[in-house]
Ligand binder design. Sequence first.
Ligand code: ATP
Ligand code: MG
Length: 245
Amino acid sequence: MSDVPKSHPRYLSLTLRDAIVNGVEQGITSIHGLIAHGRGEAYDYLIGEKTQPFAKEAIRAAAAMLCSAKHPVISVNGNVAALAPNDLIELGQVLKAPLEVNIFHTESGREQKIREHLIKHGASKVLMPTTEVKLSYIDSNRKYVHPDGIYKADVVFVPLEDGDRCEALRKMDKDVVTVDLNPMSRTAKQASVTIVDNVVRALPLLCKEIKTFSDNPAAQETLAAYSNEAVLQEALQHISRCANG
Ligand code: ATP
Ligand code: MG
């Protein structure tokens, strides 16, 4: 880690940069992941680097959707593995859902390194892509999935997703829960539930919400009344209010 003093006004943001850079150095995160992270940082600045009410609303809907799923699966890429491995593992435990590695750039054994990194942090089971089954509507490496994981899933949790695969998963009639700081990305628009927040803040809140979730009629009503489009509009309005004020 670089020696950023805790008193530095951008301490947290700089700590996350360190985590991503470490991920690249360990071969977990793709060098392209740095660009995705930079875009995320810019949007985080715009939303005030805090979990806003529109994200809290999406977290409640996400918990209801994931808890009602028959076969929820957590898709892991190199950025989220570097930023929040412990929270991903906790989410898998509270949901009793498998983690599955799924990445775009597969250079130098990165899939295997992500798996080993998660196991080192305490994951008991990490599914890997296979050539046995493929997702439709997608040409990249991300089409290769595990038959007992993403292929079979009815709800997929995919933080920091790429728009192409989100679209493919939706076309395959799967619900997608994502965490994406950019409310204008294709992923944000196409997902069933989009949590517009930094994944490092959203994951612990989502785990907490799931732990206290009780499947009562009110929870189902929350989900039925949820509009992802409205939540994205709220995020955009928040950004423009901050920009004007
Ligand atoms: P899309 O393909 O959905 O249109 P994109 O091509 O702009 O999006 P990608 O590189 O495919 O972006 O995906 C990265 C996304 O993850 C970006 O929207 C970025 O804002 C977001 N992101 C990056 N870091 C974080 C983070 N720590 N927490 C939440 N979101 C993040
Ligand atoms: Mg993309």
